[in-house]
Design a protein around this ligand. Sequence first.
Ligand code: HEM
Ligand code: HEM
Length: 226
Amino acid sequence: MQIAQHRRWDPLVQLTHWGVAAGVLANGVFTDEGSGPHQWVGYAIAALLALRWIWGLVGPTEARFSAFPPSLTRALTHVREIARGERTTHRSHNPLGALMVYALWMTLAVVIGSGVAMSALPAGLPFKSEAASASSRSRPVATEDDEARESYEGEREHERREANQGEGSGAGEGDELLEEIHEVAANLLFGLAGLHLLGVAFETSRSGRGVVKAMLPGGRRRRRPA
Ligand code: HEM
Ligand code: HEM
């Protein structure tokens, strides 16, 4: 599609983008693995993603899934255009960017799905150990009782260590698998986010367009008289 790129992404795409990016950074760097804040940030990311995906069906044209279908053929064509030095512009994500967007979304879904399964699903389901479910049920609800929460986190950590030692107990095997999936997918997500940033930097220097600016809030620029 050789259409001039729209100036800015709409506010909902911007809000969900920066919200998800901040949440991923928070859970990757700042929150304690598996802690209450870690889970809440994870749920917030899930809510933002859900909102974005609804927007992908009903939002403005350039935000819709139909504007950036995942297509290897288009991505390869785009690579050839880049190699020839052609400066094509796209109304939505360019075909390479689109592949990255779907990869990020799918990986996020696996991270969130495995995280939720570890924390919140009832016992008796495949992948869910009785011990971990009991610990989910006994989680103190309010943050008022810090002591109870700390002791809960301590017990949870203890259970985790025991489960990790594994031998003979049998408990926690499903959770170990979920933990493994969660960890691998989270690391894949960080790797993809790094590539995403390289892609954004490359596209910015190649096209000379304000790619990042289009993801930042702000109205149309007005020319002031000199
Ligand atoms: C995009 C969002 C998320 C990111 C980037 C993320 C990242 C991580 C990372 C890097 C770890 C440490 C893995 C390890 O080294 O063992 C971890 C652990 C954990 N996460 Fe997440 N997480 C996310 C969302 C969630 C959600 C939504 C939940 C649950 C509602 C969750 C629950 C947990 C739990 C329970 C652990 C501890 C696993 C264990 O017992 O060792 N995470 N997460
Ligand atoms: C963990 C961090 C990040 C994640 C998971 C992430 C994820 C995403 C996703 C899913 C999209 C598609 C947006 C949509 O259609 O809703 C996107 C687009 C975009 N992101 Fe990020 N992002 C991250 C960090 C960043 C950072 C730090 C920057 C800026 C330096 C950035 C700049 C952009 C831009 C400019 C686009 C639009 C690309 C285009 O024009 O096609 N992202 N990102």
